[in-house]
Design a protein. Sequence first.
Length: 315
Amino acid sequence: MKDVNYRTLEEFYAQAAEWRRTDINSLLPSSGIHKETGHFNVFDLAETVQDWKERAFMPYNRRRYYKISLVRGRNTTEYADKVIHIEANALLFGTPQVPYRWIPEDPELTGMYCVFTAEFFIRNQSGMVLDDLPVFKPGGCPVFPVSDGEADEIEVILKKMQKEIASDYVYKYDLIRNYVLELIHYGQKLQPAATLCPMHSAAMRVTSLFVELMERQFPIESPRQKMKLRTANDYAERLAVHVNHLNKVLKENTGKTTTQLIRDRVMQEAKVLLKETDWDVSEIAYSLGFEEVAHFSNFFKKYASVTPLGFRSSV
């Protein structure tokens, strides 16, 4: 049985070295992969595009690392259960929490990207938790079209990273962290303003806690893992609020009811598991909290207009 695959940094470098017919050490920074400061590296996207064109394949899976990419040219990104088509430039944020695949469609496509681990930010004094940031939160759509001028600004930041990682400056990784943060904030400025508003009110705090509680259950990594919170009542009890109050707050702040938010998140994970694993539909149903596979099949067909097996065969 195949559980959810994660692509490790070692696999990333091994494949890159094989495709480019070079030694892994020629791709690694001087710090290597494993170090107390975590891992960081930056690459020219044109080389990746050439790799892809020669093999016409790019894996759809979760990574054990974060990735920020500037893509200049026509491309498609498959992110969780979303497919996003970009005609020109885009800024993309990849997280270990969500599987994705990027497909270049322009032979002249250019750009740059950087990869880094959560440990890379341990020494960052801001106390920032990457998965709490809007651009990395599951359920969002962290693919942002940008203008030529914005793409130029982003590329300048990535080229600064490239210059520093090749330098002998003792504190270069501290400087590179600042550049990564600059990219993150650049992306967050592209988010709708409401997404970034500080959550001062009690209602907004309840909304935030609900989302955090829901996301703690994902990703589902094994058919032996089972969602514990499945209904509005489950969440209300855990948050110590009346279910009617929770529903009212969520409706006001998100435009959706508690049940709708749970449904949408379960559907997203269901599509990922059907697409990414070879688990039986009964195993997926169990992991998502359905006691009967028929209940899951009816649920999925109602909201996807296709059966689970029909969806799997179409991707």
